[in-house]
Design a protein around this ligand. Structure first.
Ligand code: ADP
Length: 337
């Protein structure tokens, strides 16, 4: 059975981009695969942060994930910093990752442009990510589209490490070289149909660090205050202008939250100018409510019982530490330690 690994940064609240691009998929996949999900707090510190805020957000992220349907009886949920082997493997990988591969990562370029002084952690972010995944020798990684390039790098790292340190199998390959064991699998991304959700400004991807999000646990009033002014089809200026649903961010959210017959109706009313954008947004808000009400209710229950969350994270970390130790011991031995 394949093992799944995926992570999310506690750098802000879990938003509907994270939910639609990744977490909703995790909830489904946990029943089909051995699944490990991680709150990646060592990744979150690559951008400036407040320590007290980090503590709060780490817990809040775990609450949001559990409320969204991650079930610690079915899968494993843990916090990255509770398993120190992540940084040990990341260091090993740092020593073999080509600098050029890191410098050409789109996320590195974007994040470093927004900083006055660029920390090496932003550059090495995908190396830690490769370590997160490969520590559990996971071969499937359910993520949003923004992570596809990082996963390509994970495959480069796995391949390179295997070719340098994998045990010799004794067989000779067609090119005359000796075959090595594939100790680390080459992990593949698993995308959802909503692989890239744009922010409410309609310009950049929805992201915790961009302030253009709707958090999963916001109240209906907060959600409406954000949906109301959200960017729609830019060519639809007057109420009577017919719209083009395919270019509208709100329509894409309908496709994620509304039933198919509503999506069809929305598209028709937009194209014929039967509805204005506000009418369309009201229907979206209702569809979102249907999905978010039970999530909010579970979050309130969990918030009232922090020990339930802490217990789930502690047993998740214990489980992961055991797997991580085995991988690290095997890797150390092969690398000459
Ligand atoms: P953020 O960019 O909000 O900090 P993370 O880096 O913590 O998000 O990513 C957590 C997961 O959510 C990843 O699998 C990522 O691909 C996914 N994700 C993040 N933003 C989006 C988005 N706008 N649309 C789809 N998926 C996303």
């Amino acid at each position: 059975m394949s093992r799944i690994f995926s992570g999310i940064q506690p750098s802000g609240e879990l938003h509907i981009g994270n939910y639609l691009g990744a977490v909703r998929n995790w909830v489904r996949l946990q029943h089909e695969f051995e699944s490990i999900f991680c709150v990646v707090d060592y990744h979150a510190i690559t951008l400036p942060y407040e320590p007290d805020m980090l503590r709060e957000r780490r817990h809040a992220m775990a609450v949001s994930l559990l409320a969204a349907g991650i079930d610690p009886n079915v899968c494993t949920l843990f916090v990255q910093s509770q398993v120190p082997e992540h940084t040990e493997l990341a260091w090993f990988f740092n020593t073999i990752t080509p600098l050029g591969e890191l410098e050409r990562q789109t996320q590195f370029k974007e994040k470093s442009q927004r900083q006055e002084s660029v920390a090496a952690g932003i550059l090495n972010y995908p190396v830690l990510q490769a370590a997160d995944i490969l520590l559990y020798r996971a071969d499937t990684v359910p993520v949003g589209e923004d992570q596809v390039q990082h996963l390509e790098l994970s495959r480069v790292v796995a391949r390179k490490w295997n070719s340098m340190f994998g045990r010799r199998t004794g067989r000779t390959l067609d090119d005359g070289t000796e075959e090595r064991e594939a100790f680390f699998p080459e992990p593949q991304a698993l995308l959802t149909p909503t692989r890239r959700i744009m922010g409410l400004d309609g310009h950049a991807k929805m992201s915790k660090s961009m302030g253009n999000t709707i958090a999963l646990l916001e109240t209906p009033e907060q959600i409406w205050a954000k949906l109301r002014p959200a960017v729609t089809d830019p060519k639809r200026i007057k109420r009577t202008d017919p719209g083009t649903p395919e270019v509208c961010n709100i329509y894409h959210l309908h496709k994620a939250f509304s039933p198919p017959e509503t999506v069809e109706h929305v598209a028709h009313m937009c194209r014929t100018a039967g509805w204005g954008c506000i009418d369309c947004k009201k229907v979206l808000a209702e569809s979102m409510e249907t999905e978010l009400v039970p999530i909010r209710r579970r979050a309130a229950e969990l918030a009232a019982d922090p020990s339930r969350v802490d217990d789930a994270l502690a047993s998740g970390a214990a489980h992961c530490r055991a797997i991580a130790r085995e991988t690290i011991d095997a890797a150390r031995e092969r690398m000459g330690f």
